[in-house]
Every structure is written in structure tokens, then in C-alpha cells.
Design a protein around this ligand. Sequence first.
Ligand SMILES: Cc1cc2nc3c(=O)[nH]c(=O)nc-3n(C[C@H](O)[C@H](O)[C@H](O)COP(=O)(O)OP(=O)(O)OC[C@H]3O[C@@H](n4cnc5c(N)ncnc54)[C@H](O)[C@@H]3O)c2cc1C
Length: 210
Amino acid sequence: MVKDIDREGLTIQTHDGTQRLNARTVIWAGGVTVSPLGRTVAKRTNAETDRGGRIKVNSDLTVPNYPDIYVIGDLALAQGPGDKPLPGVAQVAMQQGTYAAKAIVRKLAGETEIKPFKYFDKGDMAVIGRWSAVANIFGAHISGFFAWIIWAFIHLMYLVQFQSRILVFIQWAIQDLTFNRGARLITGPAATDFNFDKEIASSHKDTRAA
Ligand SMILES: Cc1cc2nc3c(=O)[nH]c(=O)nc-3n(C[C@H](O)[C@H](O)[C@H](O)COP(=O)(O)OP(=O)(O)OC[C@H]3O[C@@H](n4cnc5c(N)ncnc54)[C@H](O)[C@@H]3O)c2cc1C
């Protein structure tokens, strides 16, 4: 745990006590928090949240006391095997999305017994450099170019629409051939970011004006 940052470096707390790391440049690259929508839902439903704002959901991914509100993906704090929370990764979000959609269709068809959500862990992957990745697939550890090929194939296949796959493939090829890594940096709000609180505040203003 980082305890202090100053001009000369930072102080960290380890199991063995306090340690000092000297550095003139410190880059803070951790910390994920939920979108404002998550906080609004939690506030209005009085739902329990964790430190990052994730909403604690039932085993069927609904908000406690609200059987018709499903919370999935990064907004949800769902229990996995051994009562550990499921990680905030795409694989979890995608499986939860499919589960919630099916559960809603079944409820509409009059089914009352919906089985709890069960996460199927297919493994982990990460790109660690140019044409290089690490992968842990069903217990098998792969690294290097072969792992990158699998990573690229899986990610392309999960993109919606054939056209998107071709476009992303061309972008990746150009970036890798020209050593241009800038396109992978996120340096500001994403184009799709939506400020829920601001929208709600302005809609209230409009209603009052009317
Ligand atoms: C830098 C980074 C690297 C990552 N790398 C990996 C990785 O290698 N592998 C992996 O599995 N996972 C990775 N993740 C995590 C992964 O991206 C998330 O777990 C996944 O995207 C969660 O999906 P989601 O649908 O819950 O949320 P999101 O993908 O965040 O989608 C939520 C969407 O809702 C929109 N939205 C928010 N509020 C509103 C509103 N009020 N109205 C309408 N729309 C709204 C947002 O704009 C967004 O488009 C990474 C995340 C980050 C930030």
C-alpha cells in the first residue's frame, strides 16, 4: 500500500514494515471506479457497494429487493467460487450479459425458477509487448508470439460485425508495422462517456422551467 508520495519518491507499507522508493517521477496507474450511473442505482435502491462502488448483487445478478433490476459487468459485485468476488474483466461481463438476457426472456415467458449465475473461467490473457502475449488457458501457460496470435484471434472474433474485425485488424497491422503505440493510449474521456449526473441535473432544470 502506498502511504505517502512527495518530491523525492514514495513510502510504501509492506508485510515487513515501511519502505522508501526514491523517484522523481511517479505515475499512478491503479484504481478503477464505477460510472456515475452505478452510484445513482446504488443510492436509489439502497444497495450495498464495495470501496470502488460496485453493487453487491444476488446470485441471479439482481439488486437485493429489486428482482427486476439486473446489474452486470464492472458495475456488479458478484460472488464467484469460494465466495471471492468475480474480477472486473470482459469475460465476466459478457457471460453475465448473456445470463441476464436469458433470465429476462424466461421471466417474461412465466418461468419462476431461474438458476443462479455461474461463471465459467476460460483463462486469462494479456498483451505484454509487440507481437507478444501471455496466456493461461485451462491451466496451460503459453507466452510469446504464439500466445499473441491466440489473443489477437480471440479478440477479433469477439468484435461485433465482420466489418469491425477487418477495420481493427488493419489498425493493429499499421500500428505494429509502424511501431505506433499511441492509438492504445487513453488520455481523456472516451467518446462514448455519458455524464449521467449532469444529464439528470439538466433534465430536472428543463422540467422546472416547463
Ligand atoms: C485500461 C483497461 C484495460 C483492460 N484490459 C482488459 C483485458 O485485457 N482483458 C479483460 O478481460 N478486461 C480488461 N479490462 C476490463 C474490461 O474492459 C471490463 O471488465 C469490461 O469492459 C466491462 O464491461 P461492461 O459492459 O461492464 O462495462 P463497459 O465496457 O465499461 O461498458 C459500459 C458502457 O456504458 C456506458 N455508460 C455509462 N453510463 C451510461 C449511462 N448513464 N447511459 C448510457 N450508457 C452509459 C459507457 O460509456 C460504456 O460504453 C480493461 C479495462 C481497462 C480500463
